[in-house]
Write a protein that binds this ligand. Structure first.
Ligand code: SF4
Length: 240
């Protein structure tokens, strides 16, 4: 497995203290990405581990998994390494290690991994497919299907929305999010709004890539109003 970053993180990538693996490679190209070094397999350095090496490392880290912690996979897009990911998730599960995964939701066979994932985080970037494609490079139909499937399979699901000025903070976009969520069983998932930030900007420059985002910050008032609109339709909203 190609891993461009790993380390412990508390509560932001699933419950408790977690060993978080960032897997290299992504099938999207979001211009706001905070880990541009993880988008391409041809940019930057990475560590290679076999699934069994990763499982062994996690087993030896068990004392660190306090407060319900465990292992989280994120990226890049973790499902770009789906064969190895399935093997390592199964190995962790068999060893009683709590697993979480953050994904952009575009992997059509995501449901095949559900039996080994305790906590699932799906990023939902835009409710309107054409605009989703314009910003990320891919339409959103599979993302929506995977959200519906996770709900149908009663997975512990957190939908994360990167909330970005000029991308998805206009009236039409917010109505699109609300309409989609209203079509779901709102008792079976939570939503977290992640306001735009520029933590990754320097990394784009270090990778030799142009940073195209401008005027994308959203105000605290906008965020709170969106959260209130979500809660008004019965969606549980969290902040981590
Ligand atoms: S899906 Fe995530 S990792 Fe991939 S480019 Fe977008 S923000 Fe970056």
């Amino acid at each position: 497995m190609n891993i461009f970053q790993k380390g412990f993180n508390y509560s932001q990538d699933g419950p408790g203290n977690r060993l978080v693996y960032h897997l290299k490679g992504c099938n999207m190209h979001c211009p706001w990405c905070s880990n541009p070094e993880g988008m391409s397999t041809s940019v930057g350095t990475y560590t290679v581990m076999t699934p069994s090496e990763l499982v062994s490392e996690a087993i030896s880290s068990k004392p660190m998994f306090f407060d319900g912690g465990g292992v989280t996979f994120t990226g890049g897009e973790a499902t770009q390494q789906s064969v190895e990911l399935a093997e390592v998730l199964r190995g962790l599960s068999e060893n009683g290690i709590n697993t979480a995964m953050e994904t952009n939701g575009t992997y059509r066979q995501l449901g095949d991994l559900f039996c080994w994932i305790d906590h699932l985080m799906i990023d939902f970037k835009h409710p309107l497919s054409e605009r989703h494609k314009r910003f990320t490079g891919l339409p959103n139909d599979v993302v929506k299907d995977n959200i519906r499937l996770a709900i149908a399979k009663e997975k512990d699901l957190l939908v994360r929305i990167p909330f970005i000025g000029g991308v998805n903070n206009d009236r039409e976009s917010i109505d699109g999010f609300l309409d989609f969520f209203k079509s779901l069983d709102t008792d079976r998932f939570r939503v977290e709004i992640l306001p735009y930030h520029e933590y990754g900007k320097d990394k784009w420059e270090k990778c030799g890539l142009p940073y195209a985002m401008q005027h994308a910050f959203v105000s605290e008032d906008e965020r709170t109003k969106f959260e209130q609109q979500l809660m008004a339709i019965g969606v549980a909203v969290i902040r981590t």
